[in-house]
Write a protein that binds this ligand. Structure first.
Ligand code: PGA
Length: 261
């Protein structure tokens, strides 16, 4: 069975003091339940200190990006080796903010995914369409392109270390819009089918697909209860322990077998 996963993406938020406070509150507030995997992805400067705080807790450490080389003359960049050295298990790649604000191409993201997997990191690969693309009925075409160009050719043996986050841009952050559970489920179905065509039906069935875009304690149960929605990538509501832990609780609830009535 695919395990539920809740990932906090802190983006470019927090100070040293805020990162310490937030990581401590999440680590100490986590209930001991191993049915759900939990990770937080702080900004690079706080990875080491957050990693120290998370040690011995059930919360894993992840990064929000990397540069696809082991080391070298890449001013301002951070390598997979450094992330592993700091205790990261996960890395988010292909996030829409990097695609659209930083101009990352599918080919560059593909290279990052490959190098990250080679290095031994677990990759959370993000895909998703803009509002204009959805309105033009292009959602499937966009997902298809992002999956194919981002992932095609990856060695089958590495796929166990890959998960996908479906994040429609129109539902992220302060957009004011939310995807309905049905919209999320439909897109996840498209992604799983396409992944099965690129790789194999078997790998598609074991692939975890998370949803991201304004997930909060109110809508988390509805989203995470849908078949094929295996987790949540949380931005805004990962910046406070209370809503983040409430979303983790929703994920735990959604792993429980439904009692017969
Ligand atoms: P949001 O961000 O939860 O604030 O919508 C999600 C993301 O962009 O990863």
């Amino acid at each position: 069975m695919r395990q539920k996963f809740v990932i906090g993406n802190w983006k470019m938020h927090t100070t040293t003091a805020e990162a310490i406070h937030l990581a401590t509150a999440i680590a100490t507030g986590m209930v001991t339940d191993d049915s759900v995997t939990v990770a937080v992805c702080p900004p690079f400067p706080y990875l080491a200190l957050v990693g120290e705080i998370l040690k011995g807790s059930r919360v894993a450490l992840g990064a929000q990006n990397l540069y696809p080389a082991k080391e070298g003359a890449f001013t301002g960049e951070v390598s997979p080796t450094m992330l592993l050295d700091l205790g990261c298990r996960y890395v988010i790649l292909g996030h829409s903010e990097r695609r659209h604000i930083l101009g990352e191409s599918d080919a560059f993201i593909h290279h990052k995914v490959r190098v990250a997997l080679d290095a031994g990191l677990d990759v959370i690969f993000c895909v998703g369409e803009t509002l204009a693309e959805r309105q033009a009925d292009q959602t499937e075409t966009v997902l298809d392109r992002q999956l194919l160009q981002g992932l095609d050719g990856l060695p089958a043996a590495t796929l166990a270390h890959l998960s996908i986050a479906y994040e429609p841009l129109w539902a992220i952050g302060s957009s004011g819009h939310q995807a309905t559970p049905q919209q999320a489920q439909d897109a996840h179905t498209v992604i799983r089918q396409r992944f099965g065509q690129i790789f194999s039906e078997r790998s598609a069935q074991t692939l975890a697909i998370h949803y991201g875009g304004s997930v909060n304690p109110k809508n988390a149960d509805g989203l995470l209860s849908r078949p094929g929605v295996d987790g949540g990538l949380i931005g805004g509501d990962s910046l406070n322990a209370e809503p983040f832990l409430a979303i983790v609780q929703a994920a735990i609830r959604q792993t429980q077998p439904v009692e017969a009535v």
